[in-house]
Design a protein around this ligand. Sequence first.
Ligand SMILES: Cc1cc2nc3c(=O)[nH]c(=O)nc-3n(C[C@H](O)[C@H](O)[C@H](O)COP(=O)(O)O)c2cc1C
Length: 154
Amino acid sequence: MSLVISDHFGLLNILVIKLMDSQFASPKNMENKGLLMMNHLFSPFEFKGLELKNRLVMPPMCQYSVEKKDGVANDWHYLHYVNRAIGGAGFIIIEMTDVEPDGRITDFDLRLWSDEQIPVLARIVEACHKYGAKVGIQIAHAGRKAEDAAVQVT
Ligand SMILES: Cc1cc2nc3c(=O)[nH]c(=O)nc-3n(C[C@H](O)[C@H](O)[C@H](O)COP(=O)(O)O)c2cc1C
């Protein structure tokens, strides 16, 4: 069960983590699902050692907002992610981030394959932590959909 609040620019998109509680999943509680969701939404969640302060999760959402075609996050990314942490999200997953040149979707993707791409991302993570959010990142390779794929899927 997930709840998504979304706008088309991805600025408000938050998702209630797919609840894995046995209590939530149990058929006897299904009729109280709505109520339980409200009860659980702001309660902590622990999964394989990852402790979240609540179940508000921002999913990975491509923003194509790198300006210099170098894959380096900028002030825009900083505001975009840290704002969500200030807003109370428990878990923020940074957008699809390319792991090698051939796997880029566009020149405006975030990238994480060289040292100069690390500091701004690290600053974003540090600031999100300050506001109590945990941070993940979706590393990605676009395969044959990549901009520079030898044989592109259209
Ligand atoms: C603007 C936007 C960008 C997105 N970018 C990604 C992305 O980078 N990686 C990904 O796995 N999903 C991406 N998605 C999909 C969202 O993660 C997905 O919509 C969200 O998890 C809600 O799940 P649902 O649409 O299946 O309910 C994007 C969605 C939007 C609206």
